[in-house]
Design a protein around this ligand. Sequence first.
Ligand SMILES: [Zn+2]
Length: 413
Amino acid sequence: MGDIPAALESRLLRYVQIDTQSDEASSTVPSTAKQLVLLQLLQQELETIGAHNVQLTPTGFVIATIPATVHDRELPRIGLLAHVDTAADFTGAGVKPIVHRNYDGKPITLPDDPAQVLSPVDNPYLAGKIGDDIITASGTTLLGADDKAGVAIIMTAAEQLLAHPEIPHGEIRICFTPDEEIGTGITRLDMDALAVDFAYTLDGGQVGKLVYETFSADKAVVTITGVAAHPGAAYGKLVNALQLAAAIIDTLPRHTRTPETTIGRQGFVHVYQMSGTAARAELSFILRDFELEGLASHAALLQTVCAAIQATEPRAKISCVITPQYRNMRYWLDQDKRAVDFAVAAMRKVGIEPIFEPTRGGTDGSQLTERGVPTPNLFTGMQNIHGPLEWISVQDMAQAVNVCVELARTVAS
Ligand SMILES: [Zn+2]
């Protein structure tokens, strides 16, 4: 089956050197034009390896087809997705990837900032990778394995499938997406253009991880309108919106139900932004839980606290507006388990025991699932994402390619 690790390595090294950071503050589509540089390159590469119907859509999605090799029966059409953008948390400009070949188990000091040391003690998963080829950045940038590893894995799996028509499979759709890190990309994907029965994102961590459970998420904005007055003549008149905002935060739980005090399957109420003046203040919250009842209880708590503080000062006006963001994909995947079952079967066939772990966040798959395409998330191997110590093992990526190829075969069997 060719030299899969070498193909993966050369692809990842090429892709990470193209800066594709997305920008939440931008109003263009995609949010940064530099993402198109990689998207156009992927479009060309898909054509070179012989993919069919390769297109770059007006909203910045590269979509292509691997034609079916089985024609005597109707098979579900599956999608493989990865995002090209990198996170805003750390710079992705001028990435200098380094291959630490045949890793010796020692701490890895990154040359451009020797304070950045990747230690197997702090990273037990790395300690298990002795003999692997480890790829890091050079210390002053992130690596961008999130999610260019996913892109390289899908491209390499596509190449394998196209080069081996003797592998029985149905039609497979490849999709490279922009602006995942800012949450706006997938909203602009035309589901009719994708045209699949179910799909997988390749955007997960350690080998074996299979995510089909995510948070359900709401956003809440609390607006406090006080009564403005000149501070020198405020006696009995001023109603300070900032004081009331502080009282709301102070009344909410601090030792429970916050991101920093919860773990595993526990949800939270998180105040992430406050702004304002004595006259008017605004608090922004995210509410998260795996269960809808839990999410509703967080909303009820916030509303109760707002009402209680409102009751202390009738001259103020406190409003709390809660809007849905995304929902746990498990609600849909419980109805149609095919995508998960095929992934489990494919992993076991290549000798990987699946690890089910709910994600304390959302994925592009959360939205696709809600829009009718069940989309669990598969591993790529990426570690320490969004920072300078990001790394990945080439051999982990190769296992992900094996899973993708086996998945194609499993769906056809
Ligand atoms: Zn990602």
